[in-house]
Design a protein around this ligand. Structure first.
Ligand SMILES: NC(=O)c1ccc[n+]([C@@H]2O[C@H](COP(=O)([O-])OP(=O)(O)OC[C@H]3O[C@@H](n4cnc5c(N)ncnc54)[C@H](OP(=O)(O)O)[C@@H]3O)[C@@H](O)[C@H]2O)c1
Length: 341
């Protein structure tokens, strides 16, 4: 049998329960993983409250009771036909997409082989379980701006939300590429950002963005949509681009329906893009949307194998105490939250 954590209906705080269902069978190109650790990301808490339902319904990912979770660490239990990369008993980690099949908050999960990596023998399952989803999103945001290992040296990068999960991972990548990072962080986190590799760190507060220099090559907004336009005004004339993960796409559709949501999103995006291109005519502007991405996973593997990537963990709970892990995330307490199924 598979034990899975379900969100019973869309409410805040989440209404959670553990139920037993038949173990799923892996199909062609899929792997059945016995899950050792998975994580609760901010998106899980939002989705538990009903966020994103209208658009996510298109992917079959909004039907309650809902099994959430994207990060998987575990042991291969069975292989579908055509799987060559993995063998039963092998330790793996990776991602399930947001879709009809449900999430990773379960004792067993079926994952396409492209969504999995071989785990290092000595890796701690909890430490690994907080990386794939956040790293992939941070990587997609970086990629959409056009910054890469071969053009990042000395590039000036502004990160809003630098002490959060995405901010820390982007900082670790950019630091290894030799970029010059300015971190906007929450109160009390300046030193953490400097230790991770930021050249400058400022605490978020009134006027903190407006008083920054307007010469950044890349801007990453992992914190607050309301600041997106102001952040764009900090781009320099030769900037590569700006990416935001906190765009209002899903919320617009939830709030305004299909036509209203599409119209509002178009207007919101155009408003900031206009500022971006007025600052730097060739700069890109993107709204990042998480999806599993092989290139991102391989970049993650390189860093994990080199011991060069980590996020702090603030709560580790069994599936039966998932409520505490969800509360940890929704209260914004420090460190990621891990579930041990
Ligand atoms: N679009 C996508 O597909 C996608 C995928 C992944 C994540 N996301 C979103 O991206 C954001 C970052 O993810 P994460 O995992 O890094 O979250 P996180 O660990 O909670 O970090 C968020 C960071 O933003 C700061 N912040 C939050 N609200 C703010 C506000 N109103 N004004 C200024 N700073 C604020 C936080 O400061 P404090 O420490 O003070 O809270 C923290 O530094 C989240 O909103 C998440 O839901 C989107």
């Amino acid at each position: 049998m598979r034990r899975e954590l379900i969100c019973i209906n869309p409410t805040s705080p989440a209404r959670l329960a553990v139920r037993s269902v038949e173990k799923p069978q892996p199909g062609h190109g899929e792997v059945l993983v016995c899950v050792q650790a998975t994580s609760v990301n901010p998106i899980d808490v939002k989705r538990a409250a009903g966020y994103g339902q209208r658009l996510l319904r298109l992917k079959g990912a909004a039907h309650f009771p809902l099994v959430l979770g994207n990060d998987v660490v575990g042991v291969v239990e069975a292989l579908g036909s055509g799987v060559k990369r993995f063998a039963p008993g092998q330790r793996v980690y990776g991602l399930v997409g947001t879709g009809r099949a449900g999430g990773a908050h379960a004792s067993h999960v079926v994952v396409p082989q492209d969504g999995l990596l071989s785990a290092p023998d000595d890796a701690d399952p909890s430490a690994l379980s907080v990386l794939p989803y956040s790293f992939t999103t941070a990587w997609l945001a970086l990629r959409s701006t056009g910054i890469r290992a071969d053009n990042a040296r000395d590039a000036r990068v502004l990160i809003h939300g630098a002490n959060g999960g995405l901010g820390r991972l982007a900082t670790q990548v950019l630091q290894s590429w030799g970029s010059r990072i300015t971190a906007i962080c929450a109160k009390g986190h300046r030193q953490t950002c400097l230790d991770l590799g930021a050249e400058v760190a400022v605490e978020y507060g009134p006027n903190c963005i407006a008083t920054l220099p307007a010469d950044f090559d890349v801007v990453l907004n992992f914190a607050n949509w309301d600041d997106d336009a102001l952040l764009a005004s900090r781009l320099g004339a030769k900037a590569l681009g700006q990416a935001t993960t906190v765009h209002p796409l899903l919320a617009n559709f939830d709030r305004l329906g299909w036509l209203g949501g599409a119209w509002a999103s178009r207007q919101d995006k155009r408003r900031v893009r206009t500022i971006v291109v007025s600052r730097a005519p060739k700069a890109r502007y993107g709204w990042t949307i998480f999806k599993p991405d092989r290139e991102a996973l391989e970049a993650l593997a390189q860093r994990v194998n080199g011991g060069r990537l980590a996020l702090p963990i603030g709560a580790i709970k069994p599936l039966t105490q998932a409520r505490a892990a969800f509360d940890h995330v929704s209260a914004g307490l420090p460190g990621r939250a891990v579930l041990l199924p």
